[in-house]
Design a protein around this ligand. Structure first.
Ligand SMILES: C[S@@+](CC[C@H](N)C(=O)[O-])C[C@H]1O[C@@H](n2cnc3c(N)ncnc32)[C@H](O)[C@@H]1O
Length: 324
């Protein structure tokens, strides 16, 4: 068979070509680019879940294990626990044992799948040092975090002070302090947004401020996640660097949930401008087209930019989800 390079269009005979060990593709003898020979089977799929509230209602795929959807400590705008059935269904076919999450945030979906044994290993990454610090504290010093939560008597002043520290990019904080300010503000700000007003308003009552501050439940979750911590590794790097590294790990699915295109700036300390969404697109498309590696599940809000950028993934538009 004559093979044609997808990059330089030179042709060569399959008998002389440098075929990869899976027999899925070959490296061009002229430009060294990788081209697939056969449709990809088994590993290496790329799907895009597009969240669109206007789209027709979408049935959730059935789940055959019991999943704890509320293990995460963080209230996270854009949290993806609602996608658990979709990702679970894909993981059943992919059979990856490792889930790598470059934009972990609250990681509710990731933690639920690990806890239920759907995967054996979680690799969590977030560029926001406060989020990283929280996972670090749960993994290495859970008792210190628990002690702080148990002894806290939250006030509005403390809320504003923690918020100022977060806005200063945690100036002068070690990781346990950064974890503390992150959880404190997250549980007491409107919708968990770090720069939002406290629940009940700036001059509200303490009982409203603490309406999402349940120390016993938070400590229980810390203990539950800590018990899994041998199976969790944590990173604090730029997502694209993380993806470039983890793409090559065997039996891995990358669950990629970037900041929203439209609202990211309002919600997260680390967000993306258009150029960064484009950079991510170029990286994912080139990895996917370039050589077999991890399976990819990408989630986005249904923005025209994303529809325009992505051509390789299988796209599923998800409207309001209902159980069948
Ligand atoms: C959409 S949220 C993820 C929500 C998460 N999946 C959940 O269920 O809670 C996006 C996350 O990406 C992180 N982030 C933004 N830019 C990043 C970057 N360049 N590298 C790594 N993480 C980044 C933000 O800090 C935020 O936590």
């Amino acid at each position: 068979m004559i093979l044609i390079c997808q990059f330089c269009y030179n042709d060569e005979d399959e008998a002389n070509a440098e075929i990869d060990k899976y027999g899925q593709g070959y490296w061009c003898g002229y430009c060294d680019g990788y081209t697939y020979i056969k449709p990809i089977e088994g590993q290496h799929r790329f799907s895009l879940l597009l969240e669109d509230k206007q789209a027709s209602n979408t049935p959730a795929p059935p789940i055959h294990v019991s999943l704890k959807k509320q293990l995460s400590l963080l209230r996270y705008p854009g949290g993806k626990s609602k996608y658990i059935p979709f990702v679970y269904a894909k993981m059943q076919t992919y059979q990856s044992r490792t889930l790598a999450s470059p934009y972990a945030g609250g990681a509710s979906l990731e933690l639920a799948l690990l806890e239920a044994g759907v995967v054996d290993q979680l690799i969590l990454n977030d560029l926001d040092v406060g989020i990283y610090a929280l996972y670090w504290a749960i993994k290495y010093v859970p008792d210190e975090l628990i002690a702080r939560i148990q002894s806290a008597k939250p006030t509005h002043e403390q809320f504003f002070q923690s918020q100022r520290i977060i806005k200063s990019d945690y100036e002068g904080c070690d990781l346990i302090e950064a974890a503390w300010h992150t959880i404190f503000v997250n549980r007491m700000a409107y919708s968990g947004i770090y720069c939002a007003n406290p629940l009940g308003g700036r001059k509200g009552k303490v009982k409203d401020l603490v309406s999402r501050w349940n120390p016993a439940n938070l400590c229980k979750r810390i203990t539950q996640i800590h018990k899994l911590s041998d199976k969790i590794s944590i990173h604090n790097m730029d997502a694209c660097t993380f993806i470039e590294e983890e793409y090559w790990r065997p039996n891995t699915t990358l669950f990629i949930d970037p900041p929203y295109v439209q609202k990211g700036k309002q919600l997260y300390r680390c967000y993306y401008d258009k150029e960064e969404h484009v950079e991510l697109n170029v990286l994912l498309d080139s990895l996917h087209q370039g050589m077999p590696g991890a399976d990819i599940i990408l989630c986005y809000d249904n923005d025209p930019l994303i529809q325009q950028l992505y051509i390789y993934p299988t796209i599923e538009t998800v409207g309001r989800i209902y159980s069948i």
